[in-house]
Write a protein that binds this ligand. Structure first.
Ligand code: PLP
Length: 393
């Protein structure tokens, strides 16, 4: 038996365990110190009532012979796909039902999609980045080139004609930087992909945080994207499904790789390797897209947005550079006085008991940056920002 040796090129994933260790050591030495966590990317608000009701009812269905559901369609139930189709229609994107695939979350499909692509492709990934894009390609042994996201380009890198890439990852609004592409910028990426016969893997996991109506919620709002892009979306942050697990992937029927249809390949892949998301979860997901579900989930997002406002207001008062926080739950700030992101982490932890995420954990361009998230409570966010202002003013 020979192992996949590519696994030995993976770096130890130490970011969140290192954070947990440092917090545990500090708490042990200072048992009375209050710790405010603003580093995690997990939601804290519970599922909304519409979702809970739908899941209760469908659980009861599963206990009755007449309403019981066994294996469902691998690509998801039509009742949910139709709701997603209408949701996209609400921002003027028309999808064929056969282009929508229900998943157990964006992370799985971001990894699974690589089944469709030769290992010999070159992959372009922004830096800093959600680490899953890098690690899933390293596991396959693909060559990776990085696109620098930095202060000069507002953490929104654009294509470079001297860089040839076959698979391009874009995430907007972005994790970790919170920056979001506008339509003109995405059009440049789409034209670059079409010209180079590349595919864009577009991660829209945070689209529901967009409030600026001029910003695209989907890559398919851009002309030509149906011939060069696949979109991944998730109910994790939209509707608090991080533990419930449901997302969707859009693979256009017009998307070809040489003479092969990626939509047909993905359907074949899913019907072979995936048996669908549970009926109860899909009923809960369907409820997200009902009138009451949309209203209730938007209330939760508004709650997080208020936290983001509290954070950005404090940073404005301090006069610090940051991206995000407007159309995203993430705020990406430059550490003061040229501080390294781990030194800044230690300072916040030990002097004011606030925990964030050091930017260095997301790539080399995060060395002097720091991520705060809006997923805490109002009370704790206010408290943390008051302490931050006091410490640095
Ligand atoms: N994509 C990005 C950019 C994320 O930040 C996350 C989770 O934090 C995911 C995808 C994963 O989403 P899911 O919970 O749907 O797997």
């Amino acid at each position: 038996m020979k192992p996949n040796k590519n696994y030995s090129s993976l770096k130890e994933s130490y970011l969140f365990s290192e954070i947990a260790h440092r917090v545990a050591d500090f708490s042990k030495a200072n048992p009375d110190a209050e710790i405010i966590k603003m580093g995690i990317g997990d939601v804290t608000r519970p599922l909304c009532e519409a979702v809970v009701d739908a899941m209760k009812k469908s659980s009861e269905d599963m206990g009755q012979a007449a309403a019981f559901h066994g294996y469902g369609p691998e690509q998801g139930y039509d009742f949910l796909r139709e709701k997603i189709q209408s949701y996209y229609k609400s921002f003027d994107v028309t999808l064929d039902l056969g282009e929508i695939f229900i998943s157990d979350g964006a992370k799985s499909d971001l990894g699974n999609i690589l089944d469709l692509f030769d290992k010999d492709n070159t992959v372009l990934i922004p830096d800093p980045v959600y680490p899953v894009y890098v690690d899933t390609n390293l596991m396959d042994g693909r060559k990776i080139v990085f696109a620098d996201a930095n202060e000069e380009n507002g953490f929104l890198p654009m294509p470079q004609d001297d860089v040839a890439a076959d698979i391009i990852y874009l995430c907007s609004p972005n994790n970790p930087t919170g920056a979001a592409y506008n339509k003109d910028q995405l059009k440049v990426w789409v034209d670059y992909a079409l010209k180079n016969k590349a595919v864009i893997l577009f991660d829209a996991a945070y689209e529901s945080f967009i409030i600026d109506p001029s910003l695209p919620r989907s890559i398919f709002a851009i002309d030509g994207a149906d011939k060069c892009a696949i979109e991944f979306c998730s109910l994790s942050k939209t509707a608090g499904f991080t533990g419930t697990r449901c997302g969707y992937t859009i693979v256009p029927k017009n998307l070809m790789a040489e003479d092969m249809s990626l939509n047909k390949m993905w359907l074949r892949r899913q019907t072979t390797k995936f048996n669908g998301v549970s009926y109860v979860v899909q009923r809960g997901a369907e409820a997200v897209f009902t009138e009451s579900g949309l209203k209730q989930t938007r209330e939760n997002i508004a709650y997080y947005r208020e936290n983001a406002n509290i954070i950005t207001k404090a940073l404005d008062e301090l006069g610090w550079y940051y991206t995000g926080g407007k159309n995203s739950p993430y705020i990406w700030l430059r550490c003061p006085d040229g501080m390294d992101s781990w030194a800044f982490f230690d300072k916040l932890l030990t002097e004011i008991g606030v925990v964030g995420t050091p930017g260095a954990g997301f790539g080399k361009n995060g060395q002097n940056f720091f991520r705060l998230t809006a997923f805490s409570t109002h009370e704790n966010t206010e408290k943390a920002m008051a302490k931050l202002k006091k410490l640095f003013s």
